[in-house]
Design a protein around this ligand. Structure first.
Ligand SMILES: CC(C)(COP(=O)(O)OP(=O)(O)OC[C@H]1O[C@@H](n2cnc3c(N)ncnc32)[C@H](O)[C@@H]1OP(=O)(O)O)[C@@H](O)C(=O)NCCC(=O)NCCS
Length: 167
């Protein structure tokens, strides 16, 4: 999976581009669900029942982060859970196409890992399709490394990698 702006010149990873549309990070709200459903469908090619987002947000509200535009419309999100002691898992992470490569994903991941540390968690794990080079590169930049090959992990039969990092 390649982003449409892959050929554009890139600033250093640490720099926030000056022309990036402002996005505010906040926690998930129930009214975000319709927009999140669209992002999940476009970016992750999945469709989950609205009740899933609601119930996961109740488990650890601080772990479900939304990046919202000036109208408070979600343009990206990171849904993390803490179901294993001392360990967070990134269940879903996506930024809508028009807002990619502007540092929104980096801000979501930075904030998420900070919240994990504040909660006393020691490790973060996630799964990614082996074909998703954009995401694998992104995670590698954040210090994640491949722990395991998950054969036939996805519903279409594609293999996944489990990646993780210590905090
Ligand atoms: C993975 C994903 C969430 C990253 O979000 P993002 O907002 O594009 O992330 P960032 O903008 O912070 O960083 C992405 C890249 O853009 C670069 N970048 C940041 N600002 C930039 C700018 N103004 N111009 C050009 N490049 C820029 C970063 O350096 C980074 O480079 P890299 O691809 O070489 O690592 C996004 O690509 C996505 O939604 N993909 C589809 C869904 C998906 O695969 N999710 C993960 C499933 S496991």
């Amino acid at each position: 999976m390649r982003c449409i702006a892959d050929t554009a010149p890139r600033p250093p990873f640490g720099a926030i581009p000056r022309d990036a549309p402002p996005a505010t990070l906040r926690e998930f709200r129930t009214r975000d669900i319709p927009e999140i459903v669209v992002i999940v469908s476009e970016a992750l090619h999945e469709r989950y029942d609205s009740s899933l987002y609601q119930s996961l947000s109740q488990q650890w509200p601080e772990g479900f982060l939304v990046a919202a535009d000036e109208s408070d419309r979600p343009v990206g999100f990171l849904l993390g859970v803490n179901q294993v002691e001392a360990e967070a898992r990134v269940l879903m992470f996506a930024v809508e196409r028009e807002h990619r490569q502007m540092g929104v994903g980096r801000r979501l991941m930075d904030e998420f890992m900070e919240r994990c540390r504040n909660r006393g968690l020691k490790r973060v794990t996630l799964e990614v399709r082996v074909s998703n080079q954009t995401a694998i590169r992104f995670y590698s930049r954040f210090g994640y490394s491949v722990n395991d090959l998950l054969r036939g992990y996805y519903s279409d039969g594609e293999n996944g990698y489990q990646m993780g990092r210590e905090l």
